[in-house]
Design a protein around this ligand. Structure first.
Ligand code: ZN
Length: 350
């Protein structure tokens, strides 16, 4: 979920620049056929999440199915979700927040990720906490690509990874380092299934991590000797206007016995929709894993519960869809120059 928040204008901008992506994709279609996604034996699942809880919201059910089929699961949480101003103000009862408040909140969220991972995998889920600053991913993609120009968080003040739970404390906060880290993870984990945010997500960190995922997958596959791996690529969606039902409610609504499909106004882009059906127990375990995110439950329980359904749906891409992704990133970087407002302008999303 969006820890931080985002500007209204960025939502529009995301859609505009994401449209560029269509230029390198097959023709968009209004047909929205949903395919049943089957998990094979011994799959290696890699889940990429911008903030603590996104991995659970997007793919906790899929992760359980992979374990049940004798596979392995690795989850990578890129930021600490430490810039959720409204939530921190509510939690502390103060409006004048200090850098230490943001840092402490990030630590709490990272610990919550560890608890959720423990619950989902009974200790078998490998969790990588990269510990970057909340809100930094888009900037790292479009304006802070090089190590000598790292992105500095306006909340914690860090321009490098500082959290004690992080994999590489001290790593500079720049795009090249993040991409290289993701490529290294791909090389060592050799995933057969890769789950990451949709580039059309209406949130800067989410959309940008979707781009980083495609960049890293392209780089990884390009250097593999034939026959190259053919991982199945699944893009999940968390942030979209007026979706999912119940997300903006006052109280959590139990939709756990009903399926949730991707919004019909999410362009198909020539890809396919794929859904996994969850058992009742898998759905309930997903809810239990989300309950570990106490900071988020305290602030937005209806939002979290809105993702607890009897299925999980994704946009499925092919490895060949990553071809030319560097050109698309260049277009995003250029488009940044025409933005009328900074994407990290914050507001509560609910
Ligand atoms: Zn998020």
């Amino acid at each position: 979920m969006n820890s931080a928040t985002q500007s209204v204008s960025f939502g529009k901008t995301t859609l505009a620049v994401a449209g560029i992506f269509f230029l390198l994709c097959p023709t968009s279609s209004s047909a929205q056929t949903v395919q049943k996604f089957d998990v094979g034996k011994g799959e290696r699942l890699l889940i990429l999440a911008p903030h603590p809880d996104d991995e659970t919201l997007g793919a906790a059910g899929l992760a359980q199915q992979v374990f049940e089929q004798g596979g392995s699961v690795r989850s990578v949480v890129v930021t600490a979700g430490d810039a959720y101003v409204d939530a921190i103000e509510e939690a502390t009862g103060r409006h004048h927040l200090k850098r230490a408040d943001f840092y402490k909140y990030g630590e709490q969220r990272l610990e919550e990720s560890q608890k959720a991972a423990q619950l989902l995998g009974n200790g078998a889920l490998k969790l990588n906490l990269l510990g970057f600053s909340d809100g930094s991913i888009y900037d790292m993609l479009v304006s802070n690509w090089w190590r000598k120009y790292p992105d500095k968080s306006e909340y914690t003040g860090f321009n490098h990874v500082y959290y004690k739970q992080a994999e590489k404390k001290g790593m500079a906060q720049d795009g090249q380092d993040l991409r290289n880290e993701l490529v290294a993870i791909l090389r060592t984990s050799k995933p057969t299934l890769i789950v990451f945010p949709d580039v059309m997500e209406d949130d800067s960190d989410h959309a940008a991590l979707g781009m980083f995922a495609l960049l890293a997958i392209d780089e990884w596959l390009e250097h593999q000797k034939p026959p190259r791996p053919q991982p199945r690529l699944l893009a999940y969606l968390i942030h979209w206007p007026n979706w999912p039902p119940g997300a903006n409610g006052v109280k959590p609504v139990d939709y756990s016995q009903k399926p949730l499909y991707l919004p019909t106004n999410l362009p198909l882009r020539g890809h396919v929709r794929a859904c996994v059906d969850l058992s009742r127990q898998q759905t309930l375990t997903k809810r239990e894993a989300l309950a570990q995110y106490k900071t988020q439950q305290n602030f937005m329980a209806p939002y979290l519960e809105a993702f607890v359904h009897s299925n999980e749906c994704f946009t499925q891409l092919k490895p060949a869809d990553t071809d030319g992704i560097e050109k698309v990133v260049k277009r995003w970087q250029n488009a940044k120059k025409s933005f009328s407002s900074h994407p990290n302008t914050r507001r509560r999303i609910l």
